[in-house]
Ligand binder design. Structure first.
Ligand code: HEM
Ligand code: HEM
Length: 398
């Protein structure tokens, strides 16, 4: 029979039970395994990424399975406890069932929100993208929900432990049909007891305390805020700007930022020509949760090459369309680079935005990733800035 009765679990409920159990136990296994893996070499990080990707992909599957399971359970009678006269035991059993229902949603959701808040590192392999529409990009949010995820895992361990011990007790000590109800669908019990509200309310209280506690706890030391150093000595003073880059990790886009740089810009609006020179402090770069790997010897090697430079001639192509053609020196390699950009000037304010695609191999980056399966070759660089025209006296350069 597909549906439940007050004495038995139908096949749909049983398949859902064992499928969620399998997915959740696999997610726990992979989560705990990944936690202890080394992260010292690039090969170790590649393994770590694969394990976490599997963890997240299975976790997201567990979320949708749980959602379907819960929607199904709402439409079904809940089989009555086998020994309603044992009040405390029945209450504990049901409390744990409700706690497990909570965990089925809270575990994957907290993991997913934490992941979405910090796009980058170990993508989810479902085609839903790596972000969530209502989750802002913020390392604080990511840390907060990682905290919820880790604390909730402790509740989940306890609930599963007691749940399995309880099931075993019914097999070994009571020798009743509790297990057979969930495995073979054998009907058992009187089927007349009404379920109280105590157990679901108590489970809700446990979860409210755990989530509230995790959100209220300080989420570790704050990383020092990067200092943008965008001063200039040219005839345009940069007031604000961003220098970002995007790489493909296992086929998913990961966005990074280079927040510390200085630029000297000389640009003559009449002729549409000028020069630019940019010094970038690579030691300040961030790339989601793989920042340390990006700074390492394999990629930016910021210990050996703390500064990257871009010097170029500026040329107006047509209207606001411009290009900066010059040389990017990064990681000791000097490579020609043309950056197309748009520039609009209103009063003495200039707004520019440009984007160019580099090949990491030209800079000797990621040589132990010779194909694109882990890290793509193309690196897209995005620049935006606002600048203010300096008073004419500064133009004279005297
Ligand atoms: C692998 C070990 C597991 C065993 C042996 C097991 C066994 C059982 C049994 C025998 C029942 C029926 C209890 C009754 O009729 O009163 C049950 C119900 C239940 N199990 Fe498990 N289970 C396992 C893992 C899990 C896991 C990992 C979860 C979820 C995280 C889970 C969630 C539930 C829930 C929510 C119910 C109540 C279903 C309902 O009445 O709506 N179980 N389990
Ligand atoms: C049923 C679903 C899930 C379960 C049972 C689960 C369980 C776990 C466990 C047991 C850990 C290790 C925690 C620790 O060592 O303290 C973990 C870590 C982690 N999980 Fe999940 N998880 C689930 C879903 C997800 C999802 C959907 C995502 C992301 C999309 C995710 C992302 C993570 C991350 C990033 C970590 C590492 C956290 C850290 O070390 O800071 N999890 N998870």
């Amino acid at each position: 029979m597909l549906t439940n009765t007050s004495r038995s679990y139908g096949s749909v409920a049983r398949i859902f039970h064992w499928l969620t159990a399998l997915l959740i136990l696999s997610a726990i296994g992979l989560g705990l395994y990944a936690e202890d893996l080394p992260r010292d070499t690039d090969a170790a990080v590649a393994t770590l990424v694969t394990i976490y990707s599997a963890h997240k992909t299975i976790g997201v599957a567990a979320f949708f399975t749980a959602l379907a399971r819960i929607l199904w359970a709402i439409t079904q009678p809940k089989p009555a406890p086998l020994h309603p006269e044992r009040r405390a035991e029945t209450f504990l059993g049901e409390l744990i069932h409700w706690a497990l229902y909570g965990a089925m949603l809270i575990m994957p959701l907290s993991g997913w929100i934490g992941h979405a808040a910090q796009a980058g590192f170990a993508p989810i392999l479902w085609p839903f993208g790596q972000t969530l529409p209502f989750v802002a990009q913020s390392t604080d949010v990511a840390h907060l929900f990682e905290g919820v995820h880790k604390l909730s895992a402790l509740v989940l361990y306890a609930a599963i432990g007691l749940h399995v011990l309880g099931a075993l007790k019914h097999v070994v000590i009571d020798r009743d049909a509790t297990m057979a109800r969930m495995t073979r669908g054998t009907p058992a019990g009187e089927g007349r007891t009404r379920h109280g509200l105590g157990a679901p309310v108590a489970a809700l209280a446990v979860w409210a305390m755990v989530i509230g506690g995790a959100l209220a706890l300080p989420s570790g030391p704050e990383a020092p805020a990067p200092v943008a150093q965008n001063q200039t000595s040219g005839n345009w003073q940069v007031s604000e700007g961003t220098l970002g880059f995007t790489v493909q990790q296992m086929g998913a886009a990961v966005g990074g930022s280079l927040p510390a740089w200085t630029a000297q810009i000389d640009y003559d609006a009449a002729s549409g020509t000028g020069t630019v020179s940019v010094q970038i402090d690579t030691t300040q770069l961030t790339l989601g949760s793989v920042t340390d790997q990006a700074k390492g010897a394999e990629f930016f090697d910021t210990d050996a090459f703390p500064t990257a430079t871009f010097t170029a001639d500026l040329k107006r192509i047509d209207g606001s369309a411009h290009e900066a053609a010059g040389t990017l020196t990064l990681r000791g390699a000097s490579v020609p680079l043309t950056l197309p950009f748009t520039l609009t000037i209103a009063d003495d304010q200039a707004t520019m935005a440009g984007e160019a695609v580099l090949d990491r191999r030209a800079f000797g980056m990621g040589e132990s990733y010779p194909d694109e399966s882990t890290v793509g070759f193309a690196v897209t660089v995005q620049v935006t800035l606002n600048a203010t025209r300096q008073p004419a006296a500064a133009d004279l350069g005297s």
